[in-house]
Design a protein around this ligand. Structure first.
Ligand SMILES: C[S@@+](CC[C@H](N)C(=O)[O-])C[C@H]1O[C@@H](n2cnc3c(N)ncnc32)[C@H](O)[C@@H]1O
Length: 285
């Protein structure tokens, strides 16, 4: 084996032990006010190892030293720990269910309610805004009449300030648009060099704000919550805490949508009935 090969093999097999994780956790908490304790250790260790590899740190102690000295690496690590993968109409069959089953009944219910309230949707862990904007496109395409009579708001939140700035800009690489029908792409996107920019009529439908999903006391009432592919990174007790927080702000009949690999946990199962098990759509009882 050449020297280069042996260094490469060593880097490939980097491991982050419990002590290193505890130290990195402390550094992030003190310097970025960011707690990794609600997240699954295994997931955090895997992500830290990826950063160590990128920085060519051969052991966790060297990486901790780097973290103490480099503001830039602290930001890069925080970004790596909060995974931002998303795309427009991710899991298209879920959006179809929203369009054909869930949204018609929500609009009907709000019209039937004597009390006049706005219809409020919330994308929690919104990444670059793809999920919230997909909902906006469906509303504009299929519920234009209802929007005239029912004031409707789409809120979207994430912990990462930079991703929220990108979300508000709404400019995307092609890969984020791969599940979009051509007609939608033509109607709502214009090319800007190699990127695609979402039209202002959809951008203006969504308001973004920074929020930690663990701050359940700050959740605001709404009728539909999309919380997909975010819970999966959290420990089970913290997943339960978050779902309890969501249940608390949903009215009876309100809707929660989880990601394909996520489900209701513990006592929260008693708070919802299942609308569609495949698409992980639940209704508040
Ligand atoms: C994988 S993305 C999911 C995006 C979108 N919901 C979807 O399904 O396509 C997970 C998002 O959760 C956000 N996130 C991670 N930890 C968070 C926290 N503590 N509070 C709020 N958002 C968080 C990340 O920044 C990231 O943008």
């Amino acid at each position: 084996m050449t020297n280069i090969q042996s260094v490469h093999t060593l880097v490939e097999s980097l491991e982050v032990g419990d002590d290193a994780l505890a130290e990195i956790s402390l550094i992030l908490e003190m310097r970025r006010n960011f707690s990794i304790s609600p997240y699954k250790d295994k997931c955090m260790k895997r992500r830290i190892a990826i950063r160590m590899r990128s920085c060519r740190c051969l052991d966790a102690a060297t990486y901790c030293n780097l973290l103490r000295q480099s503001e830039q690496e602290l930001d890069l690590l925080k970004k790596a720990l909060t995974i931002h993968v998303s795309q427009f109409f991710r899991n298209p069959s879920m959006f179809e269910k929203l369009q054909t089953v869930v949204l018609p009944s929500l609009f009907k219910k709000i019209l039937a309610d004597c009390e006049k309230t706005n219809l409020r949707f919330w994308s929690l862990g919104c990444a670059g805004g793809e999920e919230a904007y997909s909902l906006g496109i469906i509303l504009r395409e299929f519920f234009a009449q209802q929007l005239l009579t029912t004031p409707t708001e789409i809120h979207a939140s994430d912990i990462d300030e930079d991703i929220l700035l990108a979300a508000a800009l709404a400019e995307y690489n092609e890969d984020r648009l791969k599940d979009l029908p051509d007609s939608i792409r033509e109607r709502y996107f214009i090319s800007n060099g190699p990127r695609m920019r979402l039209s202002s009529q959809i951008r203006e439908m969504v308001s973004f704000h920074q929020q930690n999903i663990m701050d359940v006391e700050s959740f605001v009432p709404c009728q539909l919550v999309l919380c997909r592919n975010t819970l999966i990174y959290f420990t089970r007790p913290d997943q339960e805490k978050i779902i309890h927080g969501i249940a608390h702000i949903l009215p009876t009949g309100g809707i929660l949508v989880l990601g394909k690999s996520e489900t209701l946990v513990g006592e929260t199962r008693k708070l919802f009935t299942t609308v569609c098990p495949v698409e992980r759509i639940y209704r508040r009882v």
